[in-house]
Design a protein around this ligand. Structure first.
Ligand code: OAD
Length: 273
C-alpha cells in the first residue's frame, strides 16, 4: 500500500486559493447508477449480469459489439427499450460537475456514458468529451440517413427492430453511440492532451476496464493529484503517493469534497434546481 500524502482538505484549499484551476474528470456508468441507470459490470445489477440470461450471447460484451449487432440486433434493442421506459435525472455527482464548471475550474469531462446527464446537469457541450457517443441521434448503418428521435423511440418501444425505409437498403438504424469495434468520438484523441496540463484528476464511477479511456489516468504526469471516487479500486489509482481513494458511493464522495470547499449547500441547491 502506497502511503498517501494528500488529503481532500488540502486539495480543497488549493482549489479555493486558485492553485488548482484545471480539473479533468474521467467518468463512467457509476456516476449514473443513483439515477437508476444500470452500470455494466456491477454484480447482479449491472447490464452484463442482467443479460447473462440471454444464453445466446457468445460473450457478454457482444450485446454492445457492432460485429454482433449487425446480424443479431435484438438483444441490444431489448436493453435500449428497457432504458427508454425510464426517466433519468442527473445525480448529485452530475450536479458537482456543474458546480466545478460554475467555479471555472472544470477543464474537461471525459465520459464513457451515453446518457447525456452531464449536459442535463448544466455542463456545457464544450466541456464534455463523450468518448462513446451519446443518445440523441441515430442513422441507417448503410445509407447513413438519419432518423428523428421520436420515430426511433416509437419503433424501439413497440418491440420492433428499426430498419431503413429504403427497400434496397433495409439497413439497421443504430444510435450514434460507439459500440465495440467502432472508432471513438473524433474529439477524443485531440482532447487527451488536456491531461498534460491538468492540476487535478477526478476518476468517478468507472471500473477502467475498457480502453482507451481506461489508460487515461496513467497518462497523467506524476505529481498531479488523482482522486478516485468509486465503490472499488480501479486501474492504477492508489499506486502513486499523490493519489486519494474515496472508496464508496461517488455521490457521498462529491459531497465530502463540497463540504471541504464550504460549498455543500450550493451543491445540494444546484442538484435540486
Ligand atoms: P462499469 O460497469 O464497468 O464500472 C462501473 C464502476 O462504477 C464499477 O467499478 C462500480 O463498482 C462503480 N459504481 C457503480 N455505482 C457506483 C456509485 N453509485 N458510486 C461509486 N461507484 C459506483 O462501467 P464503465 O467503467 O463506465 O462501453 O464501463 C466502461 C464501458 O464498458 C462502457 O462505456 C461500455 C461498457 O461496455 C461500451 O459498451 C462500448
Amino acid at each position: 500500500q502506497t502511503p498517501q500524502i494528500n488529503s481532500i482538505d488540502a486539495i480543497a484549499t488549493r482549489i479555493k486559493n486558485g492553485d488548482i484551476k484545471r480539473i479533468v474528470v474521467i467518468a463512467g456508468a457509476g456516476i449514473s447508477t443513483s439515477a437508476g441507470y444500470p452500470d455494466f459490470r456491477s454484480p447482479k445489477t449491472g447490464i452484463y449480469d442482467k443479460t447473462a440470461a440471454l444464453k445466446t450471447l457468445p460473450y457478454r460484451e457482444a450485446i454492445f459489439d457492432v460485429r454482433y449487432f449487425k446480424h443479431t440486433p435484438e438483444p441490444f434493442f431489448a436493453v435500449l427499450r428497457g432504458l427508454m421506459q425510464m426517466n433519468f435525472k442527473p445525480t448529485v455527482t452530475h450536479a458537482f460537475l456543474s458546480l466545478l464548471h460554475r467555479m471555472e475550474v472544470l477543464e474537461m469531462v471525459f465520459t464513457q456514458n451515453i446518457d447525456g446527464l452531464e449536459r442535463a446537469a448544466g455542463v456545457p457541450d464544450e466541456k464534455v468529451v463523450a468518448a462513446h457517443g451519446q443518445f440523441g441521434s441515430q442513422r441507417c448503418m448503410i445509407c447513413k440517413i438519419s432518423w428523428p428521435s421520436d420515430r426511433f423511440e416509437r419503433v424501439v418501444k413497440s418491440g420492433q427492430v428499426p430498419r431503413c425505409d429504403d427497400a434496397f437498403c433495409n439497413g439497421l438504424i443504430k444510435p450514434d453511440t460507439v459500440m465495440f469495434g467502432e472508432p471513438l468520438s473524433q474529439n477524443f484523441a485531440t482532447s487527451t492532451k488536456l491531461l498534460d496540463s491538468a492540476d487535478l484528476i477526478l476518476v468517478m464511477g468507472t471500473s477502467l476496464k475498457v480502453h482507451p479511456v481506461a489508460a487515461l489516468p496513467s497518462q497523467v504526469p506524476k505529481g498531479v493529484p488523482r482522486v478516485l471516487l468509486n465503490r472499488e479500486k480501479a486501474g492504477d489509482l492508489g499506486s502513486r503517493r499523490e493519489d486519494i481513494l474515496l472508496l464508496g458511493d461517488c455521490d457521498e464522495g462529491v459531497r465530502s469534497i463540497a463540504d471541504a470547499l464550504g460549498l455543500r449547500d450550493e451543491l445540494e441547491n444546484l442538484w435540486r434546481a
